[in-house]
Ligand binder design. Structure first.
Ligand SMILES: *[C@@H]1O[C@H](CO)[C@@H](O)[C@H](O)[C@H]1NC(C)=O
Ligand SMILES: *[C@@H]1O[C@H](CO)[C@@H](O)[C@H](O)[C@H]1NC(C)=O
Length: 195
């Protein structure tokens, strides 16, 4: 129940503030690491890392299957680590049906938004099965901060995801990012910090 409520709250934030076209915040990625548990030899390639861009580092994921994936589940959680007090779990979803996620039939609006945004940076298929021997990627992902107005503060953000096939966490991924105030080219003197 807790996690569902968080998602709804985030979605309300998104809806209410979405009219603000511009954000003063950027998201830079600082770590992208994947692990795999592949006893059935499903994967023929898995690479996760950061891009070289110094200006705005992003993350890259490459993957390829050597067997078609007909059914899978996704777990996803986003945690904002805090120096004092407990870490804040923004959401923690498990057992999301992967096939409805691909075809964007997932019922959770927040997840739908994320899936649509992802299309600009990725060639993941639009439906199941996920064919074998095709190289898939997520590349140069940029967050649409205008659609994430809940983040009008600087924070680290840790995202964990699992891609579960036949009860195995075939891919376990960790993506670390930092939401930071956009560096202004104007002189700092008159800057409005109350955004
Ligand atoms: C990135 O995250 C992984 C997994 O938590 C960790 O093992 C690794 O040391 C991190 N790399 C850097 C450069 O922080
Ligand atoms: C997320 O949910 C899973 C299963 O529902 C639970 O085992 C895990 O402890 C939760 N993690 C966090 C950080 O809340």
């Amino acid at each position: 129940m807790y996690c569902k409520c968080s998602v709804i709250i985030v979605f309300i934030f998104v809806s209410v503030y979405n009219t603000n076209a511009k954000s003063n915040f950027d998201m830079v990625f600082t770590n992208c690491t994947c692990f795999s548990e592949d006893p059935e030899k499903m994967l023929s390639n898995l690479k996760c890392g950061l891009s070289k861009s110094v200006k705005r580092p992003s993350f890259n994921i490459e993957l390829q299957f050597q067997k078609p994936v007909t059914r899978f589940f996704v777990n996803m959680r986003i945690v904002l680590p805090r120096r004092f007090g407990g870490d804040f779990t923004l959401f923690n979803l498990s057992g999301i049906d992967g096939c409805s996620l691909l075809s964007n039939k997932n019922q959770i609006a927040f997840i739908q938004l994320g899936r649509k945004h992802m299309d600009q940076f990725s060639n993941v298929p639009k439906r199941c099965p996920w064919p074998k021997d095709v190289p898939y990627y997520v590349r140069g992902f940029r967050s649409d901060m205008a659609a994430m107005p809940a983040f009008n503060f600087e924070s680290d953000m840790n995202l964990w995801f699992d891609l579960v096939v036949n009860q195995h966490k075939l891919i376990r991924g960790f993506i670390q990012s930092r939401v930071q105030r956009r560096k202004s080219h104007k002189t700092g003197a008159g800057e409005d910090l109350s955004v």
